[in-house]
Design a protein. Structure first.
Length: 178
């Protein structure tokens, strides 16, 4: 089964990267408010984390049809992988911009690829038992639901902190409030 999992994870990297890159423009190309719940609505670091979070969640759901019965801790592994994306993305972004003083598109894209690669690697290690997921499947599913609710809530009601600030026009959230 390890060979099947590694094939899924490698395929997942490429699928999530391509879908995630397109995800950046999903809301802006449609303007549909509900799409803004899952797609970036502005150029803030927080909103950009949706580019990885939701495509990896969707890929995990698809992958779950094949593995959830065979791997009892499937959702625990996926929850950890899904949460790793925004944590790593935000951490790396602020780490490098601390030194450069501004963002660099090529580095941002590289960080996106690194986040996906690390999430897929982490998922593989957890699914194959090389790492032990420390949460139960029910806690994992609840934590994924919390992440979806939090990202949705902050789309409409973002705290007025730098993480949520649109870098292009100094506004916050979907409502474009300064």
């Amino acid at each position: 089964m390890d060979a099947q999992i590694i094939k899924w994870e490698i395929t997942g990297f490429f699928v999530i990267f391509v879908v995630g890159a397109a995800w950046h423009f999903f809301y802006s190309s449609t303007g549909v408010q509900l799409i803004g719940l899952i797609s970036p609505v502005n150029e803030s670091v927080w909103e950009h984390s949706k580019m990885g979070t939701y495509p990896i969640l969707i890929f995990s759901i698809i992958m779950g049809f094949y593995f959830k019965e065979q791997i009892p801790h499937f959702w625990a592994a996926q929850a950890i992988a899904i949460y790793s994306v925004p944590i790593i993305m935000i951490g790396l972004f602020y780490f490098y911009t601390f030194f450069t003083g501004h963002h660099i598109l090529a580095i941002d894209i590289s960080i996106f690829a690194i986040c996906i690669a690390l999430a897929q690697w982490l998922s593989y290690k957890l699914l194959t038992g090389q790492l032990n997921p420390v949460i139960s499947p029910s806690v994992a599913l609840a934590s994924i639901a919390v992440l979806v609710l939090v990202t949705s809530y902050f789309t409409y009601f973002p705290p007025k902190v730098h993480l949520f600030l649109d870098a292009t026009n100094g506004t916050y959230g979907i409502n474009q409030v300064k």
